[in-house]
Design a protein around this ligand. Sequence first.
Ligand SMILES: *[C@@H]1O[C@H](CO)[C@@H](O)[C@H](O)[C@H]1NC(C)=O
Ligand SMILES: *[C@@H]1O[C@H](CO)[C@@H](O)[C@H](O)[C@H]1NC(C)=O
Length: 218
Amino acid sequence: MIMKAAVSLLAIRLASAHIEMNWPYPLRSKYDPDTPTSLIDYSMTDPLKSDGSNFPCKGYISNTPWRSVTSYMAGQKYNISLAGSATHGGGSCQLSLSYDNGTSFHVIESMEGGCPLESSYDFNMPSDVANGDALFAWTWFNYEGNREMYMNCADVTISGGQGTADSFESAYPEIFVANVGNGCQTIEMQETVFAHPGNQVIYGSGVTSSSPPSPSCA
Ligand SMILES: *[C@@H]1O[C@H](CO)[C@@H](O)[C@H](O)[C@H]1NC(C)=O
Ligand SMILES: *[C@@H]1O[C@H](CO)[C@@H](O)[C@H](O)[C@H]1NC(C)=O
């Protein structure tokens, strides 16, 4: 009886506490002082639905008024921060940008293995990005536990870039998408290694630049 209660308590804890990006402020974040109370998503740490119905960005692009939360200067160094307690042993994350309202996301940095065991990650905003409004996304494939994809997106403004949306999209790979009913699943207790990680990569938990892509999805 006692053990059963302990097990269900653990299950509740795992189900309710994962990880969320808390800077830059994602759409509907409780950390953003300008998010109207009625729009706050108190379950921001939840993964995307396994049927893909709220991919991308937890379904918040078209129903959340656009408001830039930060400005990035191309070529400069920035960081993201993450909050929450259940890191599920880490996994692999990507940082990406969308210039087409979430139709496509292209990767500016990958953290392969050990992400998000740290609560902050640095990245360089590449010099050849396009200027203007963009969606900035953090995605995560957890190492342990249910096969899930996490995705938080922020409205940002970029300046100083030398590229166009088209040149950026052809130079940077599309984000990896799995565990959202698209026929691709990550493998539990195996670090996700992206076939196309882009040109800024942070390695952790034994993953190196010669680790083969995993999983191999078409
Ligand atoms: C992240 O960047 C901000 C400045 O933009 C800085 O104040 C903060 O210390 C950085 N955090 C880490 C962990 O490097
Ligand atoms: C994205 O959609 C919003 C309205 O949903 C629109 O105002 C904006 O111009 C769109 N941006 C792009 C880059 O298409």
